[in-house]
Design a protein around this ligand. Sequence first.
Ligand SMILES: *Cc1c(COP(=O)(O)O)cnc(C)c1O
Length: 388
Amino acid sequence: MDYAATTPTSPEVLDAMRPYMLEDFGNPSSIHSFGREAKKALDDARGKVASLLSVAPEEIVFTSGGSESTNLAIKGCATANAKRGRHIITSSIEHHACLDAVKYLARNGFEATYLPVDGDGVIDLNALRAAIRDDTVLVSVIHASNEVGTIQPVKEIIEIAHEKGALVHLDSVQTVGAIPVNIRELGADLVSMSAHKFYGPKGVGALYVRKGVRITPLIHGGPHEKKRRAGTQNVAGAVGMAKALELAVEQMDQEVPRLTRLREKMIDAILSRIDHVRINGHRTRRLPNNVNVSIEYVEGEAILLNLDVKGIAVSSGSACSSESLSPSHVLLAMGVPPEVAHGSLRLSMGRGTTEDDVDYVVEALVDIVAKLRQMSPLYVSGPCDCKG
Ligand SMILES: *Cc1c(COP(=O)(O)O)cnc(C)c1O
């Protein structure tokens, strides 16, 4: 129940990668036959990723994953276009890879605007229209929330930004490989993705950079990746990412409706069997595998630890923020009161999740919530809203 944090590398992916670690281990920059073999594998992987996304191979930059892609998109684009303007727009519900990159720029001569969201976590388009200026160089938004699953109206966001001449970066780490993403049709300029979110290996990802869009590299040191990211490429990783994306795209037609059914089954069961709960995020424009729930009068961490004892892995907020006990910035931006946000859980399903798993998790959750609420002085059972 934590596939949004990461996924297992599928066996076919590992099989595809293995030769490029054991036999064809050459450096793709070397001229000799070992190097040429590696270069060919890298080119093939780039070609496959590009064709699965219907973009050109030169538009794909391999990176170490979603965080690096997002940093390269935001800092690289802002730096390369600083002469045009120094204003960046993002939202209040971004992943920390985006928020912290923007914060870094804001400390170094750029200005940032954070767009508000509504109660479902949808970015306010009128706020974007009002915020965008002649010196806005970049609008960076999360395509779908890793926490609450809400899918953003990215086509509209891109249209509004492009009308004013601003470039758009999509953090599509939760959408590429999970739902259809048509980069060209959307018109995005920069798109981040990460292999380990779609059954590929950890530590490899890509940034789509539309032809003609200039970015300054974060890592200097050689002409790799057409001077956009120095360093000997992770050949096996790139091969694995391409294979993983191929499998994900192949299975999407079956997986999207299957996961959507499981999601709705879980949401219905939670709403009917636990009182004082709310589902966070948009009810329909939502990632197929995401359930995010706030359960009043209990702590999310307490539920998480009790579920862990039963062998169930969930997240309270997001894995990255679980180390701090402050409530999720995403839920707070959506207007969830802090005391309610504290009782929040994200359950995210994947290829291995079955109907039986959903039943097992719901039973466990119902038991644990009842047990924890028995110890809560604030909880009064029943459907009425008798708080306090
Ligand atoms: C996982 C994730 C990232 C970070 O990707 P890594 O490959 O783990 O660095 C960025 N954005 C979103 C939306 C994510 O879900």
